[in-house]
Design a protein around this ligand. Structure first.
Ligand code: PLP
Length: 362
């Protein structure tokens, strides 16, 4: 489809081959895909309803919606979220890609995405036929009235966290213009230095959720990337509109996955254990990269280290691939990323240690 960009990771095939030729094998840190097992309680929940033959509800079970509201309140201090305003999604990527279309955006509408962003925000705008603008500050937007403004804190790829003040200003600005603010919060539970704040926190929304949506994913927090498990919530009117379209379009989360999500959203202990695994891998990789001459920018939260050797990202990617380590060039995420690489924390302890040992031996 020529209106869409090439799929970025396809262009890493050569470097992947190079890295795979390393005698001790590849350490693939180029994508944020979980490697730790799905907790047993979640697998049991999935299996427990695998015999149910009927169609699942697009809106999800009442238990799932309540579990989402309770988890948002318990884990992130979210307030004002109504269970009816929770809508399960088939992972969050499909929602990101289709949200502008589902909201009725089209030619003549503007979608604002971060300067450095998960590529699917742009794809979603293009699928709707809308225009895209990359901006991190509001002044760059001038008098424009965007239809949708994406936030992503903690950020993929930089790990940057937006403070309460910043989030609140964006909300106020958007309300004056009738812009819908959509906050992609799939890394919210993975704060390392400081606590990331949700758009749904009362200090940000001031008691009103109109015009606000938060997108959540269980891929990273509960190792459910393979199940395809996410949800969107916030403004009840907007969520009702999304539900209406998604019912017509058959965008339904399978019933066993709904059950698995319900259990995962209640299991804070599994989340704590997973956080510890990532924190340990982050410490090992961070030190090894810094000791071998990398500078780490931002990266205070999320699943990535945003690293640079103050050279073109392609040179860094090649250099690491020669040592059997595959990473993503920052240019995948926007023109401003051309001198950084994104290094994922999603490899086994054994592979992370192997990467660190290779860097230390240089
Ligand atoms: C910022 C961001 N949003 C959304 C997603 C999609 O995640 P999923 O579709 O697994 O929920 C990702 C995946 O890496 C991401 O980095």
């Amino acid at each position: 489809m020529n209106r869409l960009p090439d799929f970025p990771w396809d262009s890493l095939a050569g470097q992947k081959e190079l890295a795979a030729a390393h005698p001790d094998g590849i350490v693939d840190l180029s994508v944020g895909t979980p490697v730790d097992p799905v907790p047993e309680s979640i697998r049991a929940a999935l299996a427990s309803v695998s015999g149910v033959p009927g169609y699942p509800a697009t809106h999800g079970t009442p238990a799932l919606r309540s579990a989402a509201v309770a988890a948002l309140r318990r884990r992130h201090g979210a307030e004002g979220v109504e269970p009816d305003a929770v809508l399960p999604t088939i992972g969050s990527k499909e929602l990101v890609a289709w949200l502008p279309t589902l909201l009725g955006a089209g030619p003549g509408d503007l979608v604002v995405i971060p300067e450095l962003a998960y590529p699917t925000y742009e794809v979603g705008a293009l699928l709707a036929g809308a225009s895209v603008l990359r901006a991190d500050g509001l002044t760059a937007l001038g008098p424009q009235r965007p239809r949708v403004l994406w936030l992503n804190s903690p950020s993929n790829p930089t790990g940057r966290v937006l403070g309460v003040e910043h989030l609140r200003k964006v909300v106020e600005w958007a309300r004056e213009r009738g812009t819908i603010v959509v906050s992609d919060e799939c890394y919210l539970a993975l704060g390392w230095e400081g606590e990331p704040v949700s758009l749904l926190h009362p200090s940000v929304h001031g008691g009103r959720l109109d015009g606000l949506l938060a997108v959540h994913s269980l891929s990273k927090s509960a190792n459910l990337a393979g199940y395809r498990a996410g949800f969107v919530t916030g403004d009840p009117a907007l969520v009702a509109d999304l539900l209406a379209v998604r019912k017509h379009a058959g965008m339904i989360v399978p019933r066993p996955v709904q059950e698995a999500m319900t259990v995962a959203l209640g299991d804070d202990e599994a989340l704590r254990e997973q956080r510890e695994r990532y924190a340990a891998r982050r410490a090992v990789l961070r030190k090894a990269l810094q000791d071998s001459g990398f500078r780490i920018d931002h990266s205070e939260a999320g699943l990535y280290l945003w690293a640079t050797r103050d050279e073109d990202a392609a040179v860094t990617v090649d250099w690491l691939a020669r040592h059997g380590i595959l990473v993503a060039p920052g240019s995948f995420y926007g023109p401003a990323g051309g001198r950084h690489v994104r290094i994922a924390l999603t490899a086994t302890d054994e592979r992370v240690d192997a990467a660190a040992a290779r860097l230390s031996a240089l």
